[in-house]
Write a protein that binds this ligand. Structure first.
Ligand code: UDP
Ligand code: MG
Length: 317
């Protein structure tokens, strides 16, 4: 029997959190009854600097139960960092962790299958959505493009897997050695190289509250993911530069040949176009390189990824 901690990042989730806690409590209870987890298993709720009553709800549940733990972050550190904060708390206190979003979109009933897989010797078990009917067409489409683009750019991820996964304590400890600020967990976890498997489920609608990922945040998340896992965009720029150079050499040859053949060249329009085009390509390229330089700058500062202002535990001081 193993001790399980379920890590839930929560940002302004007051509408859904009570239901989430109830549902996950049932899951824990059920697993305990079946003898699959120890009775000191529990929930780790990470409050990611919410501005609503999320932390009060967590406190309330901590007070009236003995299995709800709370980690309060001083500021909104973002989904990935909130997950890390929860995993950091859980790493010395559990044998297995499951991370899951607070909005109940992921099917909690597959947690049992995850644990069975763990018992079969898998250190990492991914929750994979095999049915995204409830997501809007737009979300499915953008997600599809994103996975394709990621794998094209050399960032290996598991398709249709977000952050619903089981990790053994060993895997969590390995993950914790990645100290970068610009972190994209689902890309790093696949690189750790642990024996892994997937369980499948249909994704549900958000039970209550609103998505914290509007288009703007989704795009920025995708960009963070790509740039944190791959430097292929810089290589592509180099390649683009080479292609343009070759094109201009061909154009030069064309101009010289037509000059010798005594054809007239009225070239100011093409000249302007090429200047603008090249100017654009250069700015774009410098921009991309700049993004990486900027990230290097941020990483060198080695700022803490999150600041834990309060922990709700049951251990006696
Ligand atoms: N979340 C967080 N910090 C943030 C944004 C989101 O901890 O800055 C949490 C949020 O509470 C939820 C999870 O991350 O538990 C996923 O967010 P959401 O469900 O809004 O994303 P979606 O499922 O729409 O992609
Ligand atoms: Mg969600």
């Amino acid at each position: 029997m193993r001790k399980l901690l379920i890590v839930v990042p929560c940002y302004n989730e007051q509408e859904v959190l009570p239901q989430t806690i109830e549902k996950l409590s049932d899951v824990l209870n059920d697993l305990f009854k079946k003898g699959k987890i120890t009775n000191d298993s529990g929930l780790v709720l990470v409050n990611d600097g919410s501005r609503d009553k999320t932390w009060d709800i967590i406190k309330e549940h901590h007070d009236k139960t003995n299995y709800v733990f709370g980690v309060n972050l001083g500021n909104n550190a973002g989904h990935q960092n909130a997950l890390l904060a929860g995993l950091e708390y859980a790493q010395d206190k559990s044998d297995i962790t499951v991370t899951i979003d607070a909005d109940l979109q992921d099917d909690t009933s597959v947690i049992e299958q995850m644990i069975d897989k763990y018992n079969d010797g898998f250190e990492v078990v991914y929750g994979v959505r095999n049915d995204r009917k409830t997501d809007s067409f737009f979300k499915r489409f953008t997600a599809g493009v994103f996975y394709k683009l990621m794998s094209f750019l050399g960032a290996k991820t598991v398709d249709n897997h977000a952050d619903f996964r089981l990790m053994s304590n060993t895997a969590v400890k390995a993950l914790m050695q990645y100290k970068e600020r610009n972190i994209f967990l689902r890309g790093i976890v696949t690189r750790l190289g642990f024996k892994s498997d997937s369980v499948y489920y249909a994704r549900k609608e958000r039970t209550a509250g609103e998505t914290k990922y509007p288009l703007r945040k989704m795009l920025s998340f995708a960009w963070e993911g790509i740039t944190s896992l791959s430097i292929k965009p810089i290589k592509l720029i180099m390649f683009l530069g080479l292609v343009i150079m070759i094109c201009s050499i061909i154009a030069l040859a064309y101009v010289l040949i037509s000059y010798f053949l005594n054809e007239t060249n009225r070239g100011w329009a093409s000249l302007m176009i090429s200047i603008w085009f090249l100017g654009g390509v250069q700015l774009f390229s410098i921009g991309i390189v700049g993004q990486y330089v900027g990230k290097t700058y941020i990483e060198t500062k080695e700022r803490p990824r999150f600041y834990v202002s309060e922990i709700l535990d049951y251990e006696k001081v």
